[in-house]
Design a protein around this ligand. Structure first.
Ligand code: NDP
Ligand code: HSE
Length: 432
């Protein structure tokens, strides 16, 4: 049985998981591929760092030169986060004739066109199952298993860190900062967790899924996004009172040929499948015209679940499946007709609105007047009497009937300019 050499660049959370699976499940890998998978090169940033895994002496190096020079090693697994040096390393690996596997969604969302062109130019493939939703095989499903379907919509919880934080705040009343630290400790968060909490990471993943599922070449920075950093513990409590949970939802809706993309915290009804996705789990709900409604759920971050997807890509690359898919899909290629992006502000939903206003006579009339002028009708209303009432600031929460995002934005803008408003208002969609 011949041996296939694997080069691993990055031995952090995910890289360690990949190395572990390759070692612990070596026999299974042999059965899956018909070859012995040999971890031949491991490249890290800091060779002096203590590792969570014991590898053969001399295996770990501080640069990629030996891997580049090894023409018998044709599979490289890039598990370095961020844009640089990840981009330069990826280009060097492709140029050197290696098939690439990566979990780096930021890299794909930012430099996908350049990398996929380089892969095509050098006759190589790029596999990226772990880049979206960790252990859920959503890339393979959307690019292969659902090829008979015209997808019409997708709603996903695509960031494990934020789902973990929201779960800790909701179930344990934990402080946001404490929960974020725990997510970092557990290896869920990006090196800079700003990308997790401000919705950027979910937008990057949504851009990848929009590309695969809808043929939309969306630049992730053009996707309207709001993160969980705008939430207060009050929102979690009010949402509960309204029979909902707050989740960071990435959504894609195809309507009359154009696609609306967005990332925002949203209220989801308790008992609905998305509301029950807890901890660092991710989920993707989607609808295809032939298959109907589908719901995928699984661990979206962390060592082993993410490594599970990476190793599946290694197997697919070893047996040649990844290359076939890569060539057929023409990813990030100008050859694929693009789907126009819709204006998200024209989408409609119910809204959760939280205002902080003076607790004085006539204030409510002013607020409802503004909402009414924007054709927004109030479905329910909550106000808790604060200790320093009347006169002091009070929190008002409203659930609206269905309205357009544009109307909600305009109303909130007007309310935030009023002298009676003492803190920025929050407006979140409600998923019915
Ligand atoms: P870590 O920060 O844990 O690990 C990054 C690794 O990259 C480290 O081993 C680091 O070396 C190495 N590295 C940094 N610079 C270089 C360099 N110039 N040359 C070689 N190696 C270098 O990241 P993760 O494992 O968490 O994530 C890796 C990728 O996977 C990221 O793109 C991330 O977005 C993605 N991902 C992560 C998930 C997760 O749950 N963590 C889930 C899905 C995707 P050293 O150890 O010496 O510092
Ligand atoms: N930081 C990412 C998350 C890792 O929390 O979802 C998985 O992509």
């Amino acid at each position: 049985m011949s041996s296939i050499r694997i080069g691993l660049i990055g031995l952090g959370t995910v890289g360690t998981g990949v190395a572990r699976i390759l070692i612990e499940n070596a026999e299974l890998m042999r059965r899956q591929t018909g070859h012995t998978l040999e971890l031949r090169h491991v490249v890290v940033g800091d060779t002096a760092k203590a590792r969570q895994i014991e590898l053969a002496p001399g295996l770990i190096r501080g640069d990629i030169e030996a891997l580049i020079a090894d023409t018998e090693c044709r599979i490289a697994v890039l598990l370095v986060g961020g844009l640089e040096p990840a981009r330069s390393i990826a280009l060097r690996l492709l140029t050197a004739g290696k098939d690439l596997i990566t979990a780096n969604k930021a890299l794909l969302a930012e430099h996908g066109t350049e990398l996929f062109e380089a892969a095509r130019l050098h006759g190589r493939s790029i596999a990226f199952e772990a880049s979206v939703a960790g252990g859920i095989p959503i890339i393979t499903n959307m690019s292969q298993c659902l090829s008979a379907n015209q997808l019409s919509g997708l709603s996903g919880i695509l960031n494990g860190t934020t789902n973990f934080i929201l779960t800790c705040m909701d179930e344990k009343g934990q402080d946001y900062g404490v929960a974020l630290k725990e997510a970092q400790h557990l290896g869920y968060a990006e090196a800079d967790p700003t990308m997790d909490v401000d919705g950027s990471d979910a937008a990057q993943k949504l851009a990848i899924l929009a590309h695969l599922g809808f043929g939309a070449r969306a630049y992730w920075k053009d996707i309207p996004r709001l993160g969980i950093d705008c939430l207060s513990p009050l929102d979690i409590a009010f949402a509960r009172e309204l029979g909902c949970r707050i989740k960071l939802i990435a959504s894609a809706r195809l309507d009359q040929g154009s696609l609306a993309l967005g990332v925002s915290p949203a209220l989801v009804r308790l008992g609905s499948p998305l509301a029950e996705v807890r901890q660092a789990f991710n989920a993707v709900a989607l609808h295809g015209d032939a298959v109907g409604q589908l719901f995928y759920q699984g661990q979206g971050a962390g060592e082993k679940p993410t490594a599970s997807a990476v190793v599946a890509d290694i197997v697919d690359t070893v047996v040649g499946r990844a290359q076939i898919t890569f060539n057929l899909l023409q990813l990030w290629s100008e050859n694929r007709p693009a789907v126009p992006l819709a204006d998200l502000s024209q989408t409609k939903s119910r809204f959760y609105i939280r205002l902080t206003v003076a607790d004085n006579p006539g204030v409510l009339a002013v607020i409802t007047g503004i909402l009414g002028a924007h054709l927004i009708s109030i479905a329910s209303f909550l106000q808790k009497e604060p200790a320093d009432s009347p006169g002091g600031p009070v929190t008002l929460v409203m659930m609206t009937h269905v309205a357009s995002q544009a109307a909600a934005n305009a109303a909130i803008k007007a309310i935030d300019q009023l002298p009676i408003t003492s803190a920025r208002s929050l407006c979140l969609p409600v998923m019915d």
